[in-house]
Write a protein that binds this ligand. Sequence first.
Ligand code: CP
Ligand code: NVA
Length: 302
Amino acid sequence: MRHLLTGFEFSQEDYWDIINTAIDMKKDPKKYDRVLAGRSGAIMFEKPSLRTRTTFELAFFRLGGHGVYLDLQNGELGKRETIADYSRNLCRWVDCLVGRVFSQNTLTELAKYGSVPVINALSDLYHPAQAMADYMTVYEHLGKVKGVNVAYVGDGNNVTNSLLVAGSILGANVTCFCPENCSPDAAVFIKAQEIAAKNGCKLAVENDISKLRNFDVVYTDTWVSMGDNTPLDTVKKKYMPYQVNSSLVEQSGAQIVMHCLPAHRGYEITDEVMDGEKSVVFDEAENRLHIHMSVLSKLINA
Ligand code: CP
Ligand code: NVA
């Protein structure tokens, strides 16, 4: 049995298997409509979602299975009963647990006490299925992932960490342009860097935004992640030099601009860029569905 908790669990071969299957599912969905017949999953969200919730539910449906959505927005897992008991209950009924949680530790606990695959649908530390959809999108637009130069610009967060993890495994060069003290997680970065060294690619963190030149991809995300109630205007001054606007995109030389969404227009990205010809943000959003179908079928049928 395999989980998708961090993204480190999978080899380069696994990543390509997931991406290539997703591409085939996108092309020929009919072929896969009984893959999860009679199978089910619990979809648990402690935080809001549009894309991840919709696409996980639809992924079960499109594969002939069923996803039960458990609304946890009024309370964290582990409050009404222990996470261990919660997991032990669910595993008597379903074939998979999908969780969006405040703490990565909640997913570790679900996996520890459960008996079915656990999939991370975003935590404080990682957003691994997002990164898979993102590199699938890079592949569709640029024809390769290995050696592609990705610039992540903005706050070093869960999405950044997962871009580093998946990038290191797939052989992409990822540079994170972040303000001081807003870097991606140090431990994740070091672990990803070790993998990158073996795969012949480079990871870096950089404060100096004037060095954003000669990249293929510019990627950004919110300056304030879910769970942090700081108003965006409070942090605006610090992050404004990292705003993905037309002049920054031109300076970068990038062919495509990415954002996991939801976007805060006028903050981390301008309307002009979001709606511009280099923006592939809705392709990324669409690919969440195909990647979730692929991940569910790989893990549940393993
Ligand atoms: N990108 C993403 O995970 O979007 P949601 O928060 O809407 O699921
Ligand atoms: N970093 C963002 C991603 C949202 C999909 C957050 O955690 O809120």
